[in-house]
Ligand binder design. Structure first.
Ligand SMILES: CC(C)(COP(=O)(O)OP(=O)(O)OC[C@H]1O[C@@H](n2cnc3c(N)ncnc32)[C@H](O)[C@@H]1OP(=O)(O)O)[C@@H](O)C(=O)NCCC(=O)NCCS
Length: 246
């Protein structure tokens, strides 16, 4: 497996929760796109065909094809033999235990895409959430509208590029948490808060009295400006994020 970059290790004690973070390049020529399309299910190909722009279709097929190849590696089954189900609010999961090793929806995974990049987070132990974004201009009102009071207050101490980075750290961390829960926007964005500082190693989500150290967040960058966050429910256990490129 092409594994690069240092593992990110968070604090805690006990057996670590390991997250494999796959950073995926969605650019592909016609032949490779066709090959990956052949791995996808009929429904996945039909969904890709609904896009107006061929680039969107290609990204969808490449992302799903690579996801299947990566999951196949974990379960030891052919990529086109996997069944990917969808939860009540849209979160995909590995279905159909059958003869392959995907008991209780394991391995757990979550996907995020942004332009020509995708991130796939995988864990054999705990369900995961991931989000990636490319920082860009944002009107400050967006933070006031969507973020929790503590996050807005922390952002108000920043300006310029530092504000933008803080905004997207906050955004990706919040989104990774929501994607872990799989609830979409059923939970309001100001009902929980995340830290916005640069320290990506000791972050927890504040969400109700008992939650102080229940969920862990780990931010990451890919070296091209893209930033992201993964979230897992690890309790007091440390989280190790191992990075791979595909
Ligand atoms: C759809 C949603 C999961 C995120 O979408 P997004 O950020 O636009 O897109 P991403 O690329 O990060 O994620 C899309 C992927 O998440 C996965 N996904 C879809 N529904 C999901 C859910 N309920 N939970 C977790 N993952 C989900 C899918 O794999 C999807 O990709 P696919 O359709 O190609 O398989 C959902 O959380 C949402 O609508 N979020 C609200 C957006 C928002 O206002 N965020 C504010 C954050 S501060």
């Amino acid at each position: 497996m092409p594994r690069r970059g240092q593992d990110l290790l968070g604090p805690g004690s006990g057996t670590p929760v390991v997250i494999d973070l796959w950073l995926v390049d969605l650019q592909a020529g016609e032949a490779e796109t066709q090959r990956l399309s052949g791995i996808c299910s009929r429904e996945e190909r039909e969904k890709a065909a609904t896009f107006l722009h061929s680039a969107d279709s290609r990204r969808t097929l490449v992302c799903r094809g690579r996801l299947r190849e990566i999951l196949a590696h974990y379960v030891g089954a052919p990529p086109n033999g996997l069944t990917i189900g969808v939860g009540r609010r849209g979160k995909p999961f590995l279905a159909e235990p059958g003869s392959i090793k995907c008991r209780n929806r394991q391995p757990f995974f979550n996907v995020s895409h942004c332009g020509e990049k995708a991130a796939i987070a995988i864990s054999l132990q705990q369900d995961v959430g991931v989000d990636i974004e490319m920082p860009r201009h944002v009107e400050p009102e967006i933070a006031t509208l969507y973020f929790a009071a503590a996050e807005v207050e922390a952002l108000s101490r920043l300006s310029g590029a530092a504000w933008r980075l803080g905004f997207f750290r906050c955004w990706t961390r919040k989104e990774a948490f929501l994607k872990l829960l799989g609830c979409g926007l059923a939970r309001t964005l100001d009902s929980f808060s995340v830290p916005i500082d640069a320290d990506g190693e000791a972050l927890s989500v504040s969400c109700g009295a008992a939650s102080a150290s229940r969920w862990r967040l780990q931010s990451f960058e890919d070296g091209t400006g893209l930033i992201g966050a993964v979230c897992v429910e690890s309790g007091a256990r440390p989280v190790v994020v191992r990075r791979y490129f595909a």
